[in-house]
Ligand binder design. Structure first.
Ligand code: B16
Ligand code: MG
Length: 217
């Protein structure tokens, strides 16, 4: 059986959540309320606009549409300052070895991320050209948990959803993969990602023969 893989970016390939946190915290400070690391968990896998809405909810703040647009821009400008400093040393443990395994098995893989900055981030860490395709926040109209991002990924892989395996670190992403009818693999806390078909705490834990069961079911 021919299979393919769709990777989430933040939390699976790189840990950009820490930079999102710093940039959102800056905005919260500016607006005069506390934004904790625990609050930041709510923003994982969620689009930029939705993240701002959650942040404003936490601060109990109402602002105009014009201000919203300004804050979205200033948050992203701030976030990009961290991204420009990224290099290959920030690739999460096990990620490159996993891509090597997939290459050796001739299993194609694409990116399926909510981030509009995904192509830039992949370039920063020198992984951009390894992917067969990139689906990012610019190519979707409905954010995770909607399965749209992964359906577009399956198209790029030229595979039916049931032949796609999704690696995700966010609850919204696992839900999107399940709704798409794909195999979902949760990377991170098993308790949090209990809806996933498979769970690993990080990519290093994936056995080298993991894909065998899908190729020869
Ligand atoms: P941007 P992923 C997501 O990336 C992040 O997890 C989420 O925290 C962020 O709000 C979203 O990208 C949008 O990012 O502001 O760069 O467009 O996990 O889907 O790779
Ligand atoms: Mg993620």
């Amino acid at each position: 059986r021919k299979i393919g893989v769709i990777f989430d970016l933040d939390g699976v390939i790189v840990d950009t959540a820490k930079y999102h946190y710093l940039a959102w915290k800056d905005l919260a400070d500016h607006l005069g309320f506390t934004f904790t690391k625990k609050d930041n968990e709510l923003l994982k896998g969620v689009s930029r606009v939705k993240s701002l809405e959650i942040l404003l909810d936490i601060g109990n703040i109402t602002i105009s549409e014009t201000e919203k647009q300004q804050y979205l821009k200033s948050k992203n400008d701030n976030y990009l300052q961290y991204i420009y400093k990224m290099d290959a040393s920030e690739i999460l443990p096990g990620a490159e070895a996993l891509l090597d395994t997939l290459d050796s098995l001739n299993i194609p893989y694409v990116l399926g991320s909510a981030s509009k900055n995904a192509p830039l981030i992949l370039k920063q860490v020198h992984l951009h050209d390894r992917f067969k395709g990139i689906v990012d926040g610019n190519s979707v109209s409905k954010a995770k948990p909607d399965p749209e991002v992964f359906f577009i990924g399956a198209k790029k892989l030229q595979l039916q959803p049931e032949n796609c395996i999704v690696f995700e670190d966010a609850i919204a992403g696992i839900e999107a993969a399940n709704r798409a009818g794909m195999t979902s693999v949760g990377i991170g806390d098993k308790g949090t990602l209990n809806e996933a078909d498979f769970n690993f705490s990080d990519l290093r834990e994936i056995p080298s023969d993991f894909f065998e069961q899908f190729i020869n079911p």
